[in-house]
Design a protein around this ligand. Structure first.
Ligand code: AMP
Ligand code: MG
Length: 732
């Protein structure tokens, strides 16, 4: 019997099933010697918690540190109580921190039973207000359909842009539903921590939260150890329909880790709102990305950036958060001088074993490359990571997404868009646009993005080259074994490195260029509503269109959306009349009017240019008419079909900078109403192709529209002129 319709059993967060030990990254990789196991980690939380909150350069082979969330203001305000005498300063610091660490077992929703494994820990000295302000239905549906969120959605209220909700009647949920939601908020805000009791219990997988150690090249310069400075993975759980697929839940902004350097480990609400919304928006555009689950505001916890801001904890979800920088940490480039904020500044060592262990895990469990156990995997791994990222960046280019900081530590091994910072979507098309306010040289400008992905892939190759060389040094080539580089001379390593590079380098460039080009072409064909793929299309159709957008300062997404409504019949000679404006003229005039520069452009030239282009495009569309109809269908149905397909590839709603800024302001001003606006914008971002704001009925004046529809229409627009091409700063 098929179980396709069987309901998925849902669990409160403390009862989510854990994956088997073989599927847990903390069991495969090397822990920080300070936290060699979950039980020793728990002892350390008691005996010397500052070890987890102090910035340290870790031993070379360590991949991660067990560390639990601790969202506290930083620098920590460690002060004795009135009249309290402090003899041993260090002991006082440890006690102060230890009192705040989540060490006390508290009953979970299942009355302590849960799945029998995870225990919930908290600290009675760390009580603070935590408010759920966002929960992603799509993130839940796709990654965690087995997570029970209780009455969380009800408490968020109805998503809306325009309504007043002082009088909204939210029905009271059952005690159980409320308790399930409260536990979810406790865990996802870093207030409560889930761990296993002991790692030795029968059948129990030792489990504790962790942060990854990585290094990286930032703006092309080696930056040494960075690591998850404010990201803590708190849970890993198999997807109910595919036990081979596990999802990690990661908190961003839940306090310091050994990788925080001099920073506070916290995230401002502003940047969390941006990531929360954009990850789901990207998914809706079919661009690979980490996903969003929840956003929790911590209003008691103010953080200082350019101004004092509220902090927040974002929960994001992905099968793995491993980056290219994790590989670079195992094989840092030599002879590099660098400054390390808050670090020891010591030179870093290489760890050949660490490299092998990480690589095997990524090849087998993360990328699932398959193959026999002694088959070489290094080369395959590099190509697979390159292919995935090339595909991803093609999506960025086709949809005008600019990441802003493509440092090698921000490039995912799975080819997911990760670490949303000063990102932006293109407004007026400008290939040289730089979205990151701090990127003076435009290293990460729109046009440079594919080249920067190639740079990151090459950094991965550089890290793995000696291992690949060693694999190919044997005949037939075979996977390296434990201790593969023990006693290898410097010359030997150099030889392997060269061999590894020779095996991969040229092809790597080709792979990135080809995969990116092919995917970009595929996506542009979809956006242009073309089913047949002609070699000349880029040179004759898509590039000239982008050139027109650039020259006449047209909005990138608005132009594509408008193109969905173009009819090729308008270019036929009998559609033009000498007196009345033709359909084509009217269409072009409407198209040009969506430019923010409409009143300043050379309208006559722009109109003529578009007429020429549309004529070419119209003919190109007509040339593949047979691909859209089998002859039985009438012209109108072909047109409708094409329009629908094009609309499904060209968003009506785009998460523009001005939209983000407005949502942020609203949430900062008043969380109660702000979270409803946030919820509605999330909805729009998750269904970006829908005709929001009564699209198609532009003749109804704004004043006559329902307030909600009117606001939707505004949110689909370009916003104020000063926000077009707005650059965001890095500080988050
Ligand atoms: P990003 O450019 O955001 O990817 O950050 C670079 C590195 O700095 C990463 O390793 C982050 O974990 C770390 N980092 C950024 N902001 C903070 C913060 N507020 N506290 C601690 N670490 C941070
Ligand atoms: Mg980062």
């Amino acid at each position: 019997m098929s179980n396709a319709t069987a309901p998925i059993k849902r669990f409160p967060i403390s009862s989510l099933p854990l994956p088997p030990a073989t599927h847990l990254v903390t069991h495969a990789l090397h822990p920080d010697p300070a936290t060699p196991s979950v039980s020793e980690f728990r002892n350390l939380l008691r005996s010397s918690p500052s070890t987890l909150r102090r910035s340290r350069i870790l031993e070379s082979s360590a991949h991660f540190t067990y560390v639990s969330p601790l969202p506290l203001p930083f620098p920590y305000q460690i002060k004795p109580e009135e009249g309290e005498k402090v003899e041993d300063q260090m002991a006082f610091v440890e006690k102060w921190l230890g009192d705040r660490e989540a060490l006390d077992e508290v009953p979970n929703v299942g009355g302590g039973k849960g799945n029998g494994h995870l225990k919930k820990l908290a600290s009675k000295n760390r009580e603070y207000y935590r408010e759920l302000i966002g929960l992603s239905e799509t993130g839940l549906r796709d990654c965690l359909p087995h997570l029970h969120v209780g009455d969380a959605f009800a408490t968020l209220g109805t998503p809306t842009l325009a309504h007043e909700f002082d009088d909204e009647d939210i029905p009271t949920a059952s005690d159980e539903e409320q308790a399930i939601r409260q536990e979810l908020v406790d865990v996802l805000s870093g207030h409560s921590v889930l761990m296993t009791g002991q790692d030795t219990e029968d059948g129990v997988t030792a489990f504790g939260p962790w942060s990854l150690r990585y290094s990286g090249h930032q703006f092309g310069v080696w930056a040494g150890q960075l690591g998850d400075g404010r990201a803590i993975s708190i849970l890993s759980t198999p997807h109910p329909s595919d036990t081979e697929l596990t999802y990690e839940l990661q908190l961003k902004g839940a306090g310091r880790t050994p990788y925080s350097r001099s920073a506070d480990g916290l995230a401002v609400l502003r940047s969390s709102i941006r990531e929360f919304l954009c990850a789901e928006a990207m998914h809706a555009l079919h661009i690979p990305t980490t996903r969003s689950l929840s956003l929790i505001s911590l209003p008691h916890l103010q953080v200082l950036r350019e101004r004092a801001e509220f902090s927040s904890v974002l929960t994001r979800v992905a099968p793995s958060f491993i980056r290219i920088g994790n590989f670079e940490a195992m094989n840092p480039p030599e002879g590099m001088m660098y400054l390390m904020m808050g670090g020891a500044g010591s030179g870093e060592q290489k760890s050949w074993e660490g490299l092998r262990v990480l690589g095997e895990w990524v090849a087998k469990r993360v990328l699932k490359l398959g193959g026999e156990s002694d088959e070489p995997w290094g080369k395959k791994l590099v190509f697979e990571v390159a292919r995935r990222n090339a595909k991803m960046v093609a999506g960025w280019q086709a949809y005008g997404f600019m990441h802003g900081v493509i440092n090698t530590d921000n490039v995912s091994i799975l080819g997911l868009t990760i670490d949303y910072g000063p990102f932006a979507f293109m407004d007026v098309f400008d290939p040289l646009h730089i979205c990151n306010h701090s990127d003076d040289a435009g290293r990460y400008s729109y046009r440079a993005q594919p080249a920067m992905i190639l740079y990151a892939a090459q950094a991965l190759l550089n890290a793995l080259a000696p291992l690949i060389g060693a694999e190919y040094a044997s005949s037939p080539p075979s996977a390296v074994k434990s201790g593969w580089a023990d006693g290898a001379s410097r010359e030997k390593i150099e030889q392997w490195t060269q061999k590894g590079k020779d095996e991969v380098e040229d092809e790597l460039r080709r792979v990135v260029v080809d995969v990116c080009g092919e995917e970009y072409g595929r996506l542009m064909h979809k956006r242009l509503g073309l089913r047949r793929s002609d070699k000349s299309d880029e040179a004759e159709v898509s590039r000239p269109l982008l050139g027109l957008m650039e020259e006449h300062k047209l909005d990138f997404h608005g132009t594509f959306r408008k193109l969905c409504f173009f009819r090729p019949s308008w270019i036929l000679p009998n559609n033009t009349t000498p007196t009345a404006p033709s359909d084509l003229d009217a269409y072009i005039s409407a198209l040009l009017s969506i430019s923010p520069e409409a009143d300043r452009m050379d309208k006559a030239k722009a109109a003529q240019d578009f007429k020429t282009w549309l004529t070419k495009y119209g003919n190109r569309v007509q040339s593949e008419r047979d691909l859209w109809a089998d002859g039985a269908e009438d012209e109108e149905s072909v047109i409708q079909l094409r329009e629908k397909e094009m609309k499904d590839a060209n968003p009506r709603f785009v998460l523009r900078q001005w939209v983000l800024e407005e949502v942020i302001k609203k949430v900062e001003r008043d969380a109660e109403s702000g979270k409803r606006v946030l919820g509605k914008v999330l909805k729009m971002a998750c269904s970006p192709y829908d005709p929001w704001g009564g699209e198609g009925d532009e003749t109804t004046p704004n004043e006559e529209l329902e307030p909600e529809i009117r606001e939707e229409r505004r949110f689909c627009g370009l916003g104020e002129r000063k926000m077009i091409g707005f650059q965001c700063s890095c500080s988050s």
